[in-house]
Ligand binder design. Structure first.
Ligand code: FPP
Length: 234
C-alpha cells in the first residue's frame, strides 16, 4: 500500500508490557524488557516509513508510584538503552531529545540522557522525543510559570502572550502531534502531551506493546490514511 498521508509527528503510549508478561506467567520486568526489544525494531520501521518525529511515553511522573523494584528495573533498562544499545540511534541518524523533569532521577540515568542527547544532536534524519519523568499538565504549568516570570520582570507584555508563544515554552519546540497510538486497548491519554495533541487523530489497537510490531504499525498507518482531518473546519 502507498501511504499518501504520512503523519509528520506521531506519539506512542507504550502500554501493556505488564499484562503481556502476566499472560505468559512472566514477571512484569520481563514485559518491559520485551517492550524495549520491540521498540528498537519498531523505531527502525517507523523512520523507514518517512515519519520525521516520534514521541514516546517512556515514564510518567505518576509511574514513580509503582513498586520500587519495578521502577529500578525500568531505570536500569533505560540506562542500557541510552548507553550500550544507543547504536540504533547513531546508525539510523536519529536525534534524541527528552521531555520531562530531570529532578528526582538517579544520577546514572541523567548522565545517560545527557550523553545520548549530546551524541545524537547533529542528526537530521528524524527526531525521537522521549517523554521521561513527564506530565503533560506539568509541561503546561512550567511554560506558564516561565512566561509569568518574564511578565513580572517587565520583560514581556501581557498582550504578547499567544498560543504561538506558549508553543515556544514547551519542553521541546516540536510541531503538533498528528497521530497518537495507545496500545493495549486502554482508551485514555493519561497526561501525554496534552498541549501538542489538540488536533491529533487517535488510534487504540488492542495488542499489548511488545506485540505492536511492524505489521501492526502499518495497520495503524492504514487507519490514518482514512481519517479526514478538518481542524474544526468543514
Ligand atoms: C506501560 O506498560 C509501560 C511503561 C510504564 C514503560 C514503558 C517502557 C518501555 C516500553 C521500555 C522501553 C523504553 C525505553 C525508552 C527503553 P504497563 O507496565 O503499564 O503495562 P500494564 O498496563 O499491562 O501493567
Amino acid at each position: 500500500m502507498d501511504y499518501v498521508n504520512i503523519p509528520n509527528h506521531i506519539g506512542i503510549i507504550m502500554d501493556g508490557n505488564g499484562r503481556w508478561a502476566k499472560k505468559r506467567g512472566l514477571s512484569r520486568s520481563l514485559g518491559h524488557k520485551a517492550g524495549a526489544e520491540n521498540l528498537k525494531r519498531l523505531l527502525k520501521h517507523i523512520y523507514r516509513r518517512e515519519i520525521k518525529i516520534v514521541s514516546i511515553y517512556a515514564f510518567s511522573v505518576e509511574n514513580f508510584k509503582r513498586d520500587e523494584k519495578e521502577v529500578n528495573y525500568l531505570m536500569d533498562l533505560f540506562v542500557k538503552m541510552f548507553t550500550k544499545d544507543s547504536d540504533i540511534f547513531v546508525n539510523e541518524k536519529i536525534k534524541v531529545v527528552f521531555s520531562g523533569s530531570r529532578k528526582n532521577l538517579r544520577e546514572d540515568v541523567v548522565s545517560a540522557m545527557d550523553s545520548l542527547e549530546e551524541k545524537t544532536k547533529l542528526y537530521e534524519r528524524g527526531i525521537l522525543n522521549i517523554c521521561f519523568n513527564y506530565s503533560g499538565r506539568r509541561e503546561i504549568t512550567d511554560a506558564v510559570l516561565s512566561i509569568a516570570r518574564l511578565v513580572k520582570e517587565d520583560k514581556l507584555d501581557l498582550n504578547d502572550i499567544t498560543e504561538e508563544l506558549l508553543d515556544l515554552y514547551m519542553y521541546q519546540k516540536l510541531p503538533p502531534l498528528d497521530f497518537v497510538i495507545r496500545t493495549s486497548g486502554e482508551i485514555r491519554i493519561s497526561n501525554f502531551m496534552l498541549w501538542e495533541s489538540s488536533y491529533a487523530e487517535y488510534y487504540f489497537p488492542s495488542v499489548f506493546f511488545p506485540d505492536f510490531d511492524e505489521k501492526e504499525f502499518d495497520l495503524a498507518l492504514n487507519e490514518y490514511q482514512k481519517r479526514k482531518r478538518r481542524f474544526g473546519g468543514v
